[in-house]
Design a protein around this ligand. Structure first.
Ligand SMILES: [Zn+2]
Ligand SMILES: [Zn+2]
Length: 1013
């Protein structure tokens, strides 16, 4: 006996039951044990930042995909590592702690104490990693929980030190001095790749100022510049014109670019180069820094002729392009703001103001001095700090860089070998690799990788490559080194290897992408002489994991990864950092194949923001839709489009799953009634199958083949599509057409349906691990205890001929239904005849099915006579093919000047049009309903005679009685006595009535049913 199934699944509760069962039975451990020693499939998990208090639905998406493919590969017998990773350092963590402590600046962090601050940061990681683990387990993700890697372990940090030492050995490490993107709140520079993260560019309204700069040697003439960053004006050193641009002098004495003022009258016009060298009064010569500079007009080819006034205010200390230009022309550099984005003391009345506070005062002051021509606002996309949302500024900064030029060609070459899914992602990586600048690796912060750089006044840069080397060269303080971390590490000075002087570490910490980028080396034991038990539980990670540090042989086995997967923005982040580090260290990509996917939005297509109230907590989603439904939503998503996630789509998915559920329930119910009890040893054996059984078996094999291909291509969307179409065939064709065979013990029907259902459970198990196992445990009583231990079904070629034949049959039926709907005849009304034209010959073998399904007495294959044939071009297809000839073809079709060829093709003026290139409409002769598509035409004889009418009435009665059975609460197997008011029907069709309504007797009388006890 199968356990009876309720009318619909309660996803959340069956999922919780299974989590318990897997735990109790050690299902995952059994799976791993079974695959141990099998072929290797190496997946390396990109670390999730451990700064949230619960799993988000965004993270759950990536985790689902990772789990799906690991499960699939496990079913196929592959040995895997299942190591989960947590990202534990950097500003994400720091900003959260700052908020919780109410700290607003670096100064306040230092007052609070870096040591205690570090402890609080670790606490966040501890709590968050526990919460993320809980959420991931609830999602159904199978990982080696408890053996996770944490990027803040000393082991991980030492590996990065080693990398930096190697990079330094090649001469790639240098201290750069340039204008860089800067977050004034976080007090640190941002790297180029950090500016590419999603959410960085946001709409922002800035002032839009037109400012007059009087020329010194020209009476009553001035330049007009435009700026959206008033705070940079006190740092102005020059004004740039395009040497080839045409500039004009307005009647009021203002110089502007002629092209920007088409309606203006100019008293003089000159080329930009004629203005070069002119001196002007700086906008803030009233302040000492401005007064110290001689302001002149300079030439610059990059001056935009489409924006502003064509004269650009240059502040070499406030923008990267300005800085480079200044370097080339030898201009002075003024740097107005400090690390916190506040004006330095020498800026007089501005000192201490933030750039935002200063803006108002600057505008006011310019107005007072008569230099402001116009002040408005300007809406544009502007970069914000990805961690704290503060608008970024540019300031001069000394940062440590890794030069990328030498490695760039090799990076491009190695990327060519990576298989990117979807393919365009690889192109994006290629673009990035071609255009990226040097890697800014230093951050002026606290809780991060301590950069092991010890520059000495003798000019030598000491780079420490390991903890052991640090111990050897430490002058003091090594004993108090709790972790490789600030503040402890800063108390360990070393001796310069060149001159012996005492040197201290630079205060900067490292870019977090170094932490994650080293993972394919640090977690796999690259160059580690031995396996170190719990060797990853070092430093801050002590007590959080039991992960070993493997030996080098292990790295050889598991590197490079066969597959990695993350969101698209990781191309410039994690995909990039590990790629760069790997090509630098060992000359090849750390991964063979990548699945990258686009963004998640809410179901209406908007970004999800807590403040908009449209975010969904994973906890709520688990409770309200269930993990399987979430997983389906993720898996159904083509990776090249944004996922619109929400409860609306979840509802639709539950409906689809319900169809499947009902198919299983159908088998369970009737098997229990008829006493069908299959045995695993006889799985797949069907004695004396009927054509429809053979078809479902072939259809099931096709499902296995298609889903195997989908998983192999790492495209879950293909697997879902294949499964959906299978469920439709199973429910709306096989069960629908075979229903009556289950009213008695038809072994072939039961065995076929059981086989199809069980195989389908196996192929969806990776995507829907809960539902599939729940139903498996119900349907397979003496086989493997869990679908996840059942292995992958054998992929066999299906009988393509049979599949094509039945697909043709379903098409004919579909057309038949269409024809019926145009005739306005009820579906239950039997008809005399259906004529089919253009269907492949073998469909005729199933004319019984077609006749029965469409309620016609006879199906014939032959010509359909129609009174009229209308053919129109299918424009989206035909347009591109015909181009200019389309118009002529269209007119000829409209005039009926075409010839009908076989196979649904048409010839028009020498062009042969394929079936999918035309839209065909046939109008039947009087008394016939016609429908046509892709070369197949059906015609339904709509004439009714007395016999047909009577039978129509019979079917109406049967329908009504069966409805009555249901509303009277009768079980499907209950026998009844039946009374019908239609005497003629009772007399003519007594046997059929009994048969179809499970009646033991039928008599004329008022409509009623009575259960036979
Ligand atoms: Zn910030
Ligand atoms: Zn030295």
């Amino acid at each position: 006996m199968f356990a009876p199934l309720p009318d619909k699944p309660d996803h959340p509760s069956l999922e919780l039951e299974l989590l318990e069962a897997w735990e109790r039975e050690g299902t995952f451990a059994a799976l791993r044990a079974r695959n141990e020693g099998g072929p290797i499939w190496s997946f390396v998990d990109g670390p999730v930042t451990a700064n949230r208090s619960s799993l988000g639905v965004h993270t759950a998406w990536g985790r689902t995909l990772k789990d799906v493919f690991q499960r699939y590969k496990a079913l196929r017998g592959f040995d895997q590592r299942y190591q989960n990773g947590f990202d534990c350092q950097g500003l994400w963590i720091e900003v959260g702690v700052e908020r919780s402590l109410g700290l607003n600046s670096k100064r306040e962090i230092e007052d609070f104490g870096i040591e205690e601050f570090a402890r609080r940061c670790r606490e966040v990681v501890v709590n968050s990693s526990e919460a993320l683990t809980r959420g991931s387990i609830r999602l159904g993700q199978w990982m080696d929980w408890g053996n996770d890697y944490f990027t803040f372990s000393d082991t991980n940090i030492e590996y990065i030190w080693k990398f930096l030492k190697i990079v330094h050995g090649r001469g790639w490490l240098y201290l750069g001095h340039r204008a860089t993107a800067w977050c004034p709140r976080c007090g640190t520079s941002l790297s180029q790749h950090e500016l590419t993260q999603s959410g960085v560019y946001q709409e922002k309204t800035d002032p839009s100022l037109y400012v007059r700069l009087p020329l010194v040697d020209r009476d009553r003439e001035s330049l007009v510049v435009w700026t959206t960053t008033p705070w940079t004006l006190p740092a102005n050193v020059a004004a740039a014109v395009h040497p080839e641009g045409e500039y004009g002098l307005r009647e009021n004495g203002e110089w502007v670019l002629v092209a920007r003022y088409p309606d203006e009258t100019f008293t003089r016009r000159v080329a930009g180069r004629a203005l070069v060298g002119l001196r002007y009064e700086g906008p803030f010569d009233t302040l000492p820094p401005g007064a110290s500079v001689e302001h002149r007009v300079i030439p610059w080819d990059e001056v935009s002729l489409e924006e502003g006034t064509g004269i650009v205010h240059i502040a070499t200390g406030c923008g990267p392009e300005d800085f480079e230009l200044g370097k080339a022309l030898g201009l002075p550099v003024l740097m107005p703001i400090d690390e916190a984005g506040r004006f330095y003391d020498d800026y007089g009345w501005l000192h201490g103001l933030s750039t935002l506070e200063a803006a108002d005062q600057i505008v006011g002051d310019l107005g007072d001095r008569g230099l402001l021509i116009d002040a408005g606002t300007y809406l544009h996309n502007y970069a914000h700090c990805w961690r704290c949302d503060t608008p970024i500024v540019y300031r001069l900064s000394d940062d440590w860089f890794i030069s990328v030029e030498e490695l760039r060609p090799k990076l491009l070459e190695e990327n060519e070998k990576v298989e990117w899914v979807p393919e365009y992602m690889g192109k994006r990586m290629d673009d990035w690799l071609r255009n990226m600048g040097d890697w800014n690796i230093s951050r002026r912060r606290y809780y991060g990788l301590p950069l092991p750089l010890y520059p000495c006044s003798c000019g030598h840069l000491n780079v420490i490559g390991s903890k052991a080397e640090l111990e050897e060269r430490a002058l003091e303080g090594f004993d108090q080194l709790e972790e490789l971390r600030r503040p402890w590490i800063d108390r360990v000075p070393i001796a310069c290897e060149q001159c012996g002087e005492r040197v201290t570490r630079i205060p900067e910490v490292g870019d977090v992408w170094l932490d994650a980028g080293i993972v394919p080396f640090a977690t796999l034991g690259w160059e580690s002489p031995t396996r170190v038990p719990e060797g990853y539980a070092t430093g801050a990670a002590r007590g959080l994991t039991r992960a070993d540090l493997p030996d080098h042989a292990y790295w050889e086995r598991w590197f490079p990864a066969d597959w990695v997967s993350e969101m698209r923005e990781q191309i410039r982040l994690w995909f990039y950092s590990q790629f760069f580090m790997s090509v630098a260290l060992v000359g090849c990509s750390p991964y063979r194949r990548v699945l990258a996917y686009e963004k998640m939005l809410d179901e209406r297509g908007r970004e999800m923001h807590a403040s908009w109230g449209n975010t969904i907590a994973a906890e709520d989603a688990f409770a309200q839709m269930g993990a399987d439904v979430m997983r389906w939503q993720y898996c159904a998503q083509p990776p090249d489009r944004n996922l619109l996630f929400g409860f609306g789509p979840a509802h639709e998915i539950r409906r689809k799953l319900l169809t499947y559920w009902h198919s299983v329930k159908f088998l369970v119910d009737y098997a229990n009634i008829e006493g069908y009890e299959p045995s695993w040893s006889g799985f797949g054996r069907v004695d004396e199958p009927r054509p429809l059984d053979r078809w479902l078996i072939a259809r099931t094999k096709q499902l296995v083949a298609e889903t195997s291909d989908g998983y192999e291509a790492t495209l879950t969307v293909n697997v879902i599509r294949s499964f959906e179409s299978f469920v439709d065939d199973l429910s709306n064709w096989y069960i629908r057409r075979s229903r009556r065979r289950f009213y008695s013990l038809d072994e072939a029907a039961f065995a076929t349906l059981w086989y199809a259902l069980v195989q389908s459970l196996r192929v969806i198990a990776p995507m829907l691990p809960f539902l599939s196992d729940h139903l498996w445990r119900n349907l397979v009583l003496d086989g493997p205890a869990s679908v996840h231990l059942a292995g992958w079904p054998e992929v066999e070629p299906p009988d393509e001929t049979l599949l094509a034949e039945m697909a043709q049959v379903r098409r004919v039926v579909e057309l038949g239904r269409q024809a019926r709907s145009t005739s306005e005849l009820k579906l239950r009304q039997p008809l005399r005849r259906l004529v089919v034209a253009g269907a492949a010959g073998d469909a005729a073998r199933h004319s019984d099915e077609i006749a029965d399904e469409l309620r016609v007495k006879e199906v014939t294959f032959g010509e359909v006579e129609s009174s009229e044939l209308r053919v129109k071009p299918n424009l989206p297809v035909l347009g591109p093919k015909l181009g200019a000839a389309l118009r002529d073809v269209r007119e000829r079709l409209a005039r009926g000047e075409f010839e009908e060829l076989d196979g649904g093709r048409f010839r028009v003026d020498g062009h042969v049009l394929e079936p999918d290139e035309v839209l065909v409409e046939r109008v039947g002769r009087e008394g016939w309903a016609v429908a046509s598509d892709d070369g197949v035409t059906v015609a339904l004889d709509t004439a009714l005679d007395d016999e047909l009418r009577r039978e129509g009435r019979l079917l109406d009665w049967i329908h009504e009685v069966n409805g009555l059975r249901k509303t009277s609460g009768l079980a499907v197997t209950d026998r009844i006595r039946l009374w019908l008011p239609d005497r003629e029907i009772v007399e003519a069709y007594a046997d059929r009535l009994k048969d179809e309504t499970l009646a033991v007797s039928v008599e004329a009388g008022e409509l009623r049913v009575e259960r036979v006890v």
